[in-house]
Design a protein around this ligand. Sequence first.
Ligand code: FES
Length: 110
Amino acid sequence: MARVHVTTIINDDPVDFLCDTEQTLLDVLRDELRLTGSKEGCASGDCGACSVTLDGRLVCACLVLAVEAEGRAIGTIEGTTKIFGSCCIGVWCVYAWIFGSRKVLVGAKS
Ligand code: FES
């Protein structure tokens, strides 16, 4: 099967990747790009372990096809180190991600 070339911005950096048309964004982030902060829990959009932002909106990466990321901006938990520094690990990153996402969302409304 031919792979699709996708051009994105991930955590404010331009990133190109090749993917299969049926690959989820979560699979590409974790398996191809080694951005493993987003986890696979339920794989059905229920748990939120795979949360990323797509053009500033919080989405479940397990429900988004990687090809849908073409030309769009993705934010992962790894990108929070640009906001909060590189000291957070584990559960603190989750809090930072939630707080950071809320800050972005609330800031976008005002
Ligand atoms: S893995 Fe649970 S919502 Fe995506």
